[in-house]
Structures are given as structure tokens and as C-alpha cells.
Design a protein around this ligand. Structure first.
Ligand code: G1P
Length: 291
């Protein structure tokens, strides 16, 4: 196995307005909505840490400071809890190592590609990960850890993919798949939000990426793509051929927390599995269903 430059940085685009969850997201960033008792952003950050990532780069915008506060030390809260003899371990994953949370701003919502490009100075010349926190990935190991393991084998660029019903592909980035080898598929092409009849497959990009820093140069003079936005998918597509590009089929479950129904599904699924409440939630659900 060749020694690869390790993935130590991750970019989290969190500048989106979250209009699909209004009025809940009028003041609260959508990334702070909790699935049970953990905000969505924390699932992504925990997944990053599990994969060995240290620097978390948030691409934020107006009204998003709660995300950064969440990973700070809440001094008054902790003091009060210690004085009352309460266990502080629940807060442990929210205390970032000093200096490991970095924010950059995306002042205007010009698209996902533009959001990632806003982090170019922090990413520098290192390969880096991207997490779209709307996509909640539950696996053991987590999605990014599975990808880092694949990256250590093949290097280059990797995206996580999953298969969905063909009629739904036009909401996503879709891959043109080449040769398959276990969980790895060679990516021959990528297209953002194609009409169903033009989609090269039903394998969609599911919100996790490991990319080489050259993508920032590609994004530099990127034209607008699907939906009039600067698309990350278009920049990645331009790198195919000059750098290795693979898709990893994630072994685990994915919840689309960008939609209300997906969010509720995630909440129910994870609650049913929790040791502290699973049995109770099952009983409640069955009662509600009249069983
Ligand atoms: C983005 C990406 C798309 C990907 C999707 C996953 O789209 O552009 O390629 O499949 O996330 O959720 P968005 O949901 O921001 O429109």
C-alpha cells in the first residue's frame, strides 16, 4: 500500500438558508436541528473525527454562529454542571481542540462549488474531505472512515455513492460508472441533476467527498451549471482523466435530512435503536399505529 498524504481537513458547507424547514430555521441554522439530542452538524463532525480528520472548516453565512458556538467550551454551563455534580461527558464531542474549528464565509449563495472554493486558502495544497451535513450517514465504520480506507488504497478523488430509484435521480449528482471492484467503482463521468432519461445510471453522489486540492483551481473559473449555480459536480467532472476518480458504495444507512420526511425517518430509526429509549419508542409507535 502506497503512503498517501493523510486526510486531516474537512470542509462543511453550512451557509444554506434552510428554507425547506421554515419557520423552524428562521433563527436556528438547519444544521443545528437535532436528530433526537444531537444536532445534525455534530453527526457529521463525529464521523469526520472517527475518520482521523482534525481540522473542521465551516463555510458559513449570516445567522450561522450557533454552529461555531456549539463546538466551543460553554464555560458557565460546565461550571454550573460540575458544581451540581453532573456528568460532563455528554459535552466531550462538542469541545473542539483549540484551533481546529475554522470558519470562512460564503457571502452570496452561488452554489455548492462556490461554497467549497471559499475554503481554498485553508485547504491549501492538501487533499481534503467534504461533508454535506444534510446527508446523515450511519455506519460502522462510518462513511468517511470507509472512504479513507479506500483512499489509502487507490488515492486520487473519491465520492460516496448509493443507488436510488431511477425516477429520483434528477435531484442529485449522478455518476457514469466504469469498472467495479468490490465497493469501488471507477467514475467515467459525472452529471449534476440530469433529466431522468439522460442520467447515465441510478448511482447518486451522497454527500461525502475526498478531493485533491486541484479541484480548487478548477472551481476558480467555473461556469454556472445546473440551476444557475456553480456546481462542485461540474468541477469534479473536469478532473476525470487527469486524476484517478472512484466511487465508494457506502455500507450502511443514509437518511436524507434535507427533507422533512427523511429527517423524521432518521429520528424514528435512531430512536428505535437507542438503548435508553428504544423499547419505549417502539411501544409509542405501535400505539400510534393502533396495533
Ligand atoms: C448536492 C450535490 C449533489 C449531491 C447532493 C447530495 O446537491 O450538488 O451532487 O447528489 O448534494 O445530497 P443539493 O442537494 O445541494 O442540491
Amino acid at each position: 500500500m502506497t503512503k498517501r498524504k493523510p486526510i486531516k481537513k474537512a470542509v462543511f458547507p453550512v451557509a444554506g438558508l434552510g428554507t425547506r424547514f421554515l419557520p423552524a430555521t428562521k433563527v436556528i441554522p438547519k444544521e443545528m436541528l437535532p436528530v433526537i439530542d444531537r444536532p445534525l452538524i455534530q453527526y457529521a463532525v463525529d464521523e469526520a473525527r472517527e475518520a482521523g480528520i482534525e481540522q473542521m472548516i465551516f463555510v458559513t453565512g449570516r445567522g450561522k454562529t450557533a454552529i461555531v458556538e456549539h463546538f466551543d467550551v460553554a464555560f458557565e454551563l460546565e461550571t454550573m454542571m460540575s458544581e451540581r455534580g453532573k456528568d460532563l461527558s455528554i459535552l466531550e464531542p462538542t469541545r473542539a481542540v483549540p484551533g481546529d474549528i475554522i470558519t470562512v464565509r460564503q457571502q452570496v449563495p452561488l452554489g455548492l462549488g462556490h461554497a467549497i472554493w471559499c475554503a481554498r486558502a485553508i485547504v491549501g495544497d492538501d487533499p481534503f474531505a467534504i461533508f454535506l451535513p444534510d446527508e446523515l450517514m450511519i455506519g460502522s465504520p462510518g462513511c468517511m472512515k470507509q472512504m479513507v480506507e479506500a483512499y489509502n488504497e487507490v488515492g486520487g478523488n473519491l465520492i460516496s455513492v448509493l443507488e436510488i430509484p431511477r425516477e429520483e435521480v434528477s435531484s442529485y449528482g449522478v455518476i457514469d460508472p466504469g469498472e467495479e471492484n468490490g465497493a469501488l467503482t471507477v467514475v467515467k463521468g459525472l452529471v449534476e441533476k440530469p433529466p431522468v432519461e439522460q442520467a447515465p445510471s441510478n448511482k447518486i453522489i451522497s454527500g461525502r467527498y475526498i478531493l485533491q486540492p486541484e479541484v480548487m483551481r478548477t472551481l476558480e473559473n467555473q461556469e454556472k451549471g445546473a440551476g444557475g449555480e456553480i456546481q462542485l459536480t461540474d468541477a469534479m467532472a473536469r478532473m476525470i482523466g487527469s486524476q484517478p476518480f472512484h466511487a465508494v458504495t457506502f455500507e450502511g444507512r443514509r437518511f436524507d435530512c434535507g427533507s422533512k420526511t427523511g429527517f423524521i425517518e432518521a429520528t424514528i430509526a435512531l430512536a428505535l435503536e437507542r438503548e435508553d429509549m428504544g423499547a419505549e419508542i417502539r411501544a409509542i409507535t405501535e400505539r400510534l399505529l393502533g396495533r
